[in-house]
Design a protein. Structure first.
Length: 167
């Protein structure tokens, strides 16, 4: 059996960033991600200039889809949203100074996380049967056995039951 020769592997490996920039679908995703990273840095600089730098980590910026030059700010709680609403014109001016072309901005609260947790399924549920009688059941079977004739088949069955179901 003759197998065809393997192709010669002399081509150098491409840098993964070059590959992402050249490819059609992934290049757009990389460009948007880089733009959002630059926007986040510019927003932090603008907030520092307005003495609100401590809020930068609690704000998630983005561009509103379908609207031109409309900034979308997603915040975690209402107090941050109201504070940003108060300084919104100054924030837009500072962003313009940092090179971000923005005419309007919308501030929205991020949805609250669920207060319950989904636990992973641990596999098939094993049915565990009780191994013996509890005290009340054992006493009831003992009383029945004492009322029966020791020569009867029912007495022998109850006796075997009590022996097999002992704790």
């Amino acid at each position: 059996m003759n197998y065809p020769l393997k192709p010669n592997r002399t081509k150098p490996a491409h840098d993964w960033l070059d590959y992402l920039r050249e490819s059609e679908g992934l290049g757009g995703i990389l460009a948007k991600t880089e733009d959002l990273a630059k926007l986040k840095v510019a927003l932090k600089h603008a907030l520092v200039a307005l003495d609100l730098g401590h809020l930068a980590s609690k704000i998630e910026p983005g561009w509103r889809s379908g609207a031109h030059n409309e900034l979308f700010l997603l915040v975690s709680n209402a107090s941050i949203a109201s504070r940003l609403q108060q300084i919104l014109p100054s924030l837009i001016n500072e962003l313009g100074k940092n090179g971000v072309a923005c005419t309007t901005a919308k501030i929205r609260l991020s949805p609250a996380p669920a207060n319950w947790e989904i636990k992973p399924h641990s596999g098939p549920k094993q049915n565990t049967k009780p191994t013996g009688f509890n005290e009340v059941a054992r006493q009831s079977w003992e009383n029945l056995k004492n009322q029966l004739n020791p020569d009867s088949e029912l007495w022998k069955a109850v006796e075997r039951l009590l022996q097999n179901k002992s704790k």
